[in-house]
Design a protein around this ligand. Structure first.
Ligand code: SF4
Length: 459
């Protein structure tokens, strides 16, 4: 465990706003994108390589106050009845733009359903959705098919049905198990029911079960957090995502309803993180990237060990599929070097599909320099290192010449003991891993003014 003084020093010096780099450039750099970008980027896609697909199912019946997702609140199931035909139309229209060599269907090796609460859907909705998906895509035999579920509202018979459709990975948002915290964030949930759900997932044969926890919520303390760690120890999921709460009430207005005076202090937050990390390691987990932990044998754990981990909007992944087709309200795709975000509001999304124009909320077309910096930032955020030669070979540059200014910043982190560097590579030390967002921002050509842009704080 790090000494108290080092913890205090890290907080004092580095607890400033900085991006999480789920994309580079970050979504705040996105701007207006012409409709022509759609046909151009889809038409240029190399469909010989398997694709990654993301589908956004935005509905939730209840507003959790910490939520940072794009959600449509509703208690009426008929919202799904009108959403699914739009979604399938969107998939049909966009896949028509792909060039499939023999005219076959594009091949998908990874599909992820996020939300919102995907299990807001009834099982008949899933049947309809999959009937459509099989119309437009083929799936590799070992395709990763994953879904985010809210275990608190998961009904009987749901998991076996998803397994029959082909799902093999499931991720549960739990966040905290103590009633005081759950009340403060407006997330009622029965912990015993959640335990049963996790046990059932194993029984049903999901090959990977992930649990999300958050630290930094109101009323969490180092002491109260031990209940969350005991909960993990009892269930031993294959993966744990331990997210730092991002308090951005200026972007997510419902967060204003949280009692900000009860929020965990930065020092307590870092202590909770360190204590969780130590306990997870004792349980046999290994740290994966910035905020994930996995059991040995899990594919993400192995990828991190081999330094082949990658990162996209969905988090960490073993597959270096830069291209991701994304469907549904607010979904962000990345195709042939172009980020494209769908409309966030249902009305805009519906109009785009029905009129087949004004497709985007916003987007960004990457330059070669952006792609180079994207690769370096992804390597840092995923594997905590940069291998200079690999970057040089991939992009035809001389690293230290191309990044002369950035090298000075990297040397500064080395002098401070947060990293080690030689002529072949740069790699963070333990303290450097806590401030990886700051270190990655060295390569962010748009980083100036992070404070004004309203990113969450690093710790
Ligand atoms: S269930 Fe998830 S997506 Fe829905 S409001 Fe809560 S945190 Fe947000």
């Amino acid at each position: 465990m790090l000494e108290n003084k080092i913890v205090e020093d890290l907080i004092l010096r580095y607890n400033s706003p900085v991006p999480r780099y789920t994309s580079y450039p970050t979504a705040l750099e996105f701007g207006a994108l012409e409709d022509s970008a759609l046909a151009k980027s889809y038409g240029a896609l190399d469909t010989a390589k398997p694709l990654s697909v993301y589908i956004h199912l935005p509905f939730c019946a209840n507003q959790c106050l910490y939520c940072g997702c794009n959600v449509l609140l509703s208690r009426r199931i008929d919202v799904v009845d009108s959403y699914l035909p739009l979604l399938l139309d969107e998939i049909r229209l966009k896949t028509q733009l792909l060039h499939n060599g023999e005219g076959g269907k594009p091949l998908v090796s990874q599909i992820h359903f996020g939300g919102g609460t995907p299990n807001f859907l009834h099982l008949s909705h899933w049947d309809l959705l999959f009937e459509g998906l099989h119309r437009y895509f083929d799936f590799t035999t070992d395709a990763e098919m994953s879904v985010e579920l809210d275990p608190a509202v998961l009904t009987e018979g749901y998991l076996p049905h998803l397994r029959k459709l082909g799902f093999n990975r499931v991720s549960y948002g739990v966040q905290d198990v103590t009633s005081k915290v759950l009340e403060a964030v407006n997330r009622p949930q029965n912990i015993d029911h959640i335990k049963d759900v996790v046990v059932e997932s194993r029984r049903e044969g999901f090959s990977s079960v992930n649990i999300d926890l958050i630290y930094g919520l109101p009323h969490q303390t180092l002491e109260s957090y031990q209940s969350n760690l005991a909960f993990i120890q009892e269930l031993m999921p294959d993966r744990i995502a331990l997210f730092s709460y991002a308090h951005v009430p200026w972007l997510k207005h419902h967060q204003r309803r949280l009692d900000a005076s009860a929020l965990t202090t930065p020092t307590e937050k870092l202590r909770i993180y360190l204590s969780a990390r130590e306990r997870f390691e004792k349980m046999g987990y290994e740290q994966i990237g910035m905020d994930h932990f996995g059991l040995p044998g899990d594919s993400l754990t192995e990828a991190y060990r081999n330094k082949t981990l990658h990162r996209n909007f969905m988090g960490y992944t073993t597959q270096k599929t830069l291209d991701m087709l994304a469907f549904g309200t607010s979904a962000i795709g990345f195709v042939s070097g172009v980020y494209m975000q769908n409309h966030i509001k249902m009305s805009g999304y519906r109009n785009a599909i029905q009129n087949q124009n004004a497709w985007f909320e916003k987007g960004f077309a990457m330059s070669t320099e952006d792609a180079l910096r994207h690769e370096i930032i992804t390597q840092l955020m995923s594997n905590f290192q940069i291998r200079f030669k690999e970057i040089e070979e991939q992009y035809g540059i001389h690293f230290t010449e191309h990044f002369a200014r950035e090298m000075t910043d990297l040397e500064h982190y080395v002098e401070e003991g947060h990293a080690e560097m030689d002529s072949t590579h740069f790699e963070t030390t333990e303290t450097g891993s806590f401030i990886i967002r700051h270190i990655a921002s060295v390569f962010d050509a748009y980083r100036k003014g992070s404070e004004q842009k309203g990113f969450s704080k690093a710790i």
